[in-house]
Write a protein that binds this ligand. Sequence first.
Ligand SMILES: O=C(O)C1=C[C@@H](OP(=O)(O)O)[C@@H](O)[C@H](O)C1
Ligand SMILES: C=C(OP(=O)(O)O)C(=O)O
Length: 429
Amino acid sequence: MKRTPGTDGLRGSLRVPGDKSISHRSVIFASLADGVSNIRGFLDGEDCLRTVEVFRNMGVQIDRDGTTLTIHGRGMKGLKEPEVPLYFGNSGTTARLMSGVLAGLPFFTTAYGDDSLSRRPMDRVVVPLREMGASIYGREEAKKLPLAFDASGLKGMTYELPVKSAQVKSAVLLGGLLAEGTTTVIEKGRTRNHTETLLPEFGVDIRQKGLEVSIEGEQPLKASDINVPGDISSAAFFLVAAAITKGSDITIEQVGLNETRNGIVQALEKMGAEISYTVTEYIGKEPVGDVSVRYSNLKGATFEGEIIANVIDEIPILALAATQAEGQTIIRDAKELKVKETDRIQAVCDNLRAMGAEITPTEDGMIIEGGTPLHGAEVSSEGDHRIGMMEAIASLITSGDVVIHLPEAINISYPSFFSDLDQLLEKKS
Ligand SMILES: O=C(O)C1=C[C@@H](OP(=O)(O)O)[C@@H](O)[C@H](O)C1
Ligand SMILES: C=C(OP(=O)(O)O)C(=O)O
């Protein structure tokens, strides 16, 4: 795909598609519930559709009308043994959360993923689930997909998470929901809490005290209707686009502003962006509102510690913002980037460098010199949706054409990305 620069800026307002994390969880919880749930604002990206397909293969009727799903839940005991291997595609969230569920089901399943997902670590969920009594087998001693899950009776336990990961926390809690007794997870730092905010909507009692979350096993789930807020991780691409493109002034409406997810707003504020937000309503326990930002004189900053988990998926686009800031930006404590859809430290650095950025990878992050004009180049998403979208936003401010290889990866989380971008762009005539 060739992108030609030249714009007077991004203007107007936009609603981005539904939150990916909440969409996955809504499908999982509604499928495990008794009765019919309606999910509105579901993200119809490839990752979330993989989760839908997994439950269809276990006998759940899921009807889709655009972004509305009607899920005929079968209860925790009503799912059936799938006749085919389950396919998780490119989706780490499907792989980790479903491992917790499959480990607790009373039948045999096998699961696999695409090339990228097959390289990502699965031992982070296999280890705690085995401690709960799960029978899990797989490649490289079950460190990688494909995996097989056999029927076993899980028992609740207390588990200290060795990594800051909402996927691992959620896998253990879902295993706990299907286990006998109480399961407690203790986090090293806060990670996104959508499992904790959404399970109560389905009638499940889950208790949070500081960094400890506890759940009683074998609680039945009741069907529930869910409205999914816009995805702040998708909005992030336009927030940065507006902050770095002259003449921009935009508002992203009805976007999720959960405080474990709004790190990109805090990060841009820290860099001096003219950005503001208002929470306009709560959907269940999830705060939702509008975020406005305009072209700003950004300055470099250091990002490390607590904020990293809150902004983990936004680091590729934050790195682009840093190339246009005054001074240096340092990102630390972000080693997790190495085990995403690509090694995102490498992918961000290689592709931004190809466009003229001065950026150095480090063991757990990167160092970015600000104030570097970007030029046209041939780059690739490398099959990673967030890298592809970062490159497309970069092409708004390059001095020449940007050719993006594998742009279709963007469909993983944002199928309408280019039409939404066009809506905000006012092309030079
Ligand atoms: O729980 C979730 O929905 C997610 C958690 C994060 O992964 P980790 O738990 O691996 O940090 C994030 O990167 C991913 O896009 C979605
Ligand atoms: C890391 C991501 O997703 P997942 O882990 O679900 O593949 C992402 O969406 O950036």
